[in-house]
Design a protein around this ligand. Structure first.
Ligand code: G6P
Ligand code: MG
Length: 217
C-alpha cells in the first residue's frame, strides 16, 4: 500500500496564483507592458527567477542579472505583503480533511513546492503542523519537471518513491512526479493534466479509498 503523500502548494492547497498574478502584473506595468492571466497560467510551478525571465521575454525587455535580482525582490515584497494577510479560510476545499484523514491512517505527509514562501503560507492558513517534511524553493536546485523536489521529500520521510502519491496542478509538476516514479493526482482539467494517474477538480473528491484504489491500479 502507499505510505506517503506529497503535496504541491500553489494551486493544490491554496490559490496563490491570484497574488502572483497581481504582483507580476504590477511589475510588468511599471516596466511599461501588460501581463495577462493567460501568461500567468504558464508560470504555474515555475520558479521566481525563471518566471521573471519569461515575463521580460514576453515584454521584449532585456535586463542584466543584477537588475533581474532587484526586480524579482520587488515582486516578492509585494507578494509577501499580500500573503501575510492570508487566513485559514483560504485553504482550498477538502485539503484539511484529507490531511487529517491521512494522519489518522498513518500515511506520512510532505510538501513539495517551488516556492520560497511555503512556510509562511502554511503558517498563515494554519496547516503547518499537518506536514512532517517541507521541501521548497529554498531546498531545491532543479525546477520541476526535474523530480528533485519530490525525491527529496521521499528521502526526508525515508519512504521509497514508488510508495508516494503526489498532488499537483501544473503539467511540469505531474511530469516531475512521474520522473520520480511516483503516482500522481492532477488537480485541474483533464485536457491539461491527462498524463496524471487520476484527475480531479478538488481535493474534496479524494479520500483514503480513492487513494487505495489508485495505488492498487
Ligand atoms: C510555485 C508557483 C509559481 C511560483 C513559484 C515560486 O511553483 O506555482 O507560480 O513562481 O512557486 O514561488 P515564490 O513564492 O518562491 O516566488
Ligand atoms: Mg502548483
Amino acid at each position: 500500500v502507499f505510505e506517503a503523500c506529497i503535496f504541491d502548494l500553489d494551486g493544490v492547497i491554496v490559490d496563490t496564483a491570484v497574488y502572483h498574478f497581481k504582483a507580476w502584473k504590477r511589475l510588468a506595468n511599471e516596466l511599461g507592458f501588460n501581463f495577462t492571466e493567460a501568461q500567468n497560467e504558464k508560470l504555474k510551478g515555475i520558479s521566481r527567477v525563471k518566471s521573471l525571465e519569461l515575463i521580460l521575454e514576453w515584454g521584449g525587455i532585456e535586463k542584466t542579472a543584477e537588475e533581474q535580482q532587484v526586480l524579482a525582490t520587488r515582486k516578492n515584497d509585494w507578494y509577501v505583503e499580500m500573503i501575510n494577510h492570508m487566513t485559514p479560510e483560504e485553504i482550498l476545499p477538502g485539503t484539511k480533511e484529507l490531511l487529517e484523514s491521512l494522519r489518522a491512517a498513518g500515511i506520512r505527509t510532505a510538501l513539495g513546492s517551488a516556492s520560497k514562501n511555503a512556510t509562511v503560507i502554511l503558517e498563515k492558513v494554519g496547516i503547518l503542523p499537518l506536514f512532517e517534511v517541507l521541501v521548497d524553493g529554498n531546498t531545491v536546485t532543479a525546477s520541476k519537471p526535474d523530480p528533485e523536489v519530490f525525491l527529496k521529500g521521499a528521502e526526508a520521510l525515508q519512504i521509497s518513491p514508488e510508495k508516494c502519491i503526489v498532488f499537483e496542478d501544473a503539467i511540469a509538476g505531474v511530469q516531475a512526479a512521474q520522473a520520480a516514479n511516483m503516482k500522481v493526482v492532477g488537480l485541474g482539467e483533464q485536457d491539461v493534466l491527462g498524463a496524471a494517474d487520476l484527475v480531479v477538480s478538488s481535493l474534496e473528491q479524494i479520500n483514503m479509498q480513492t487513494l487505495t484504489n489508485l495505488y492498487s491500479k
